[in-house]
Design a protein around this ligand. Structure first.
Ligand SMILES: *Cc1c(COP(=O)(O)O)cnc(C)c1O
Length: 424
């Protein structure tokens, strides 16, 4: 598409946008003194208006039923998580028996690694991306220690080559081959949180399996942002949070996926709790754990119903729209943002914006990460004052992500105007 940096052009795209009606279904922050341009859906998604009713339903039922609500509520709490299963499966390209919504992201990462990082003799190495999200680094390091290793002896990081910002997939694949029969697990962010780079999860999984390793992904920046086909790609395990692109409240519940071949494997080591136990017999209080033959058996505790209600309300919007329609708009919206930034960068002498996120729409989602050479924090502070809610990552990257469900082309145009204001 040929883009133009003008308000008329942006408004015309908004009129033609098949998803335009969804913007009204979200609450935009009101704390900024100038009208807000919210480009941080990759960090905390906006509140869908529908969550208030969803929460109230559960509060009313708690009030009316007390403990009986476990069975008598409109959405009985004892099986509450099941309401989310099919929508979640569609979102990540999995069978319903492969997914469950439970716990939080880092917790799930640990629970999954207990099952899938099983070092055996010399097969004890982990491959991850360099400068992974801190929580993932800490989780990996502590898993290594749990097995008695020094993290630096078993964790192999793959980073960008000198002078580059992105990790070459060929470098990930060749590292997998090199580590070979010493490789126990690959655990990488499906979308890199810093650069916005999308990794080819299918090829990475295949390469990992060829050397006999397990392969899992942290999908915090992928769920609700890119098309996922976890089952078709034969991924062993994955987990994601719901509060970034999935708009399901700060600290909201997480989802996890475990490939069906593992789900059925009763011998697979897992940390167990009563909510993972055979549902028919849960309340018989048996002494011995009988895992449910689905991903549900990784659940430890009964579900936090209020947080689940929020996530369910939000997932319903994704289910209605579908990832294909969302991605079509995402590419056009992010493409417009890229065009505007490059247009400004070309016209102003005093700045050079370098977008480090891949140019190829198949290799990125909604996010663009910008290095502002010659400007930096001061530019960021200016645009923040003018109503832009974006994200600053040390040492010098501005991350912005127009969310296709609620951002529009006019937001992108206005962002450009504010950026120009900063340079003038
Ligand atoms: C956001 C994010 C987290 C946060 O973990 P929580 O357990 O939800 O606090 C972890 N890892 C990655 C890659 C993230 O992007």
């Amino acid at each position: 598409m040929k883009y133009t940096n003008s308000l008329d052009f942006a408004k015309e795209l908004d009129i033609k946008d098949p998803l335009q009606k969804y913007r009204k279904e979200f609450i935009f922050p009101s704390f900024t003194s100038k009208p807000v341009v919210y480009f941080t859906g990759n960090s905390l998604g906006l509140q869908p208006k529908s969550v208030r009713d969803a929460i109230n339903t559960e509060l009313d039922d708690w009030g009316k039923w007390g403990v009986e609500g476990h069975f008598e509520a409109q959405n009985p709490w004892v099986s509450y998580h099941e309401i989310l299963t099919e929508k979640t499966a569609r979102l990540v390209g999995a069978h319903p028996r492969e997914v469950v919504v439970t716990h939080s992201l880092t917790t799930n990462l640990h629970l999954l690694m207990v099952s899938f990082y099983r070092p055996n003799g010399k097969r004890n190495k982990i491959i991850c991306e360099k400068k992974a999200f801190p929580s993932d680094q800490y989780a990996l390091q502590s898993q290594a220690k749990l097995h008695g290793f020094k993290p630096e002896d078993v964790i192999v990081e793959v980073g960008p080559r000198t002078g580059e910002h992105l990790i070459r997939e060929e470098d990930i694949i060749s590292t997998i081959k090199e580590v070979g029969d010493e490789l126990a697990m690959v655990m990488i962010g499906g979308v890199n949180y810093y650069s916005g780079q999308v990794f080819d999860m299918k090829s990475i999984t295949k390469a990992g399996h060829q050397v006999g390793a397990k392969v899992g992904f942290d999908l915090a920046h992928a769920a609700g942002n890119i098309k996922l086909e976890l089952n078709a790609w034969d991924v062993d395990f994955a987990t994601w949070c719901s509060y970034k692109y999935l708009n399901s409240s700060p600290g909201g519940v997480s989802g996890l996926y475990i490939n069906e071949k593992h789900v059925k494997d009763e011998e697979l080591v897992r940390l167990a709790g009563w909510w993972g136990h055979n549902k028919e017999e849960r309340f018989l209080m048996a002494d011995e754990f009988q895992p449910i033959p689905t991903a549900e058996s990784w659940q430890l505790s009964n579900a936090p119903v209020i947080a689940m209600a929020i996530h369910n309300a939000s997932l319903s919007i994704f289910d209605e729209v579908g990832m294909d329609a969302l991605i079509e708009k995402r590419d056009q919206l992010t493409g417009y943002l890229e065009f505007i930034i490059n247009d400004i960068s070309n016209r102003y002498e005093n700045v050079d914006f370098e977008i480090i996120t891949p140019k190829n729409p198949l290799k990125r989602g909604a996010q663009l990460s910008i290095l502002a050479h010659g400007k930096g924090k001061e530019l960021f502070n200016y645009i923040s004052k003018e109503g832009v809610v974006a994200d600053w990552r040390e040492p010098n990257v501005i991350r912005i992500a127009p969310a296709p469900l609620y951002n529009n082309y006019e937001d992108v145009y206005r962002f450009g105007q504010i950026l120009e204001g900063a340079l003038k």
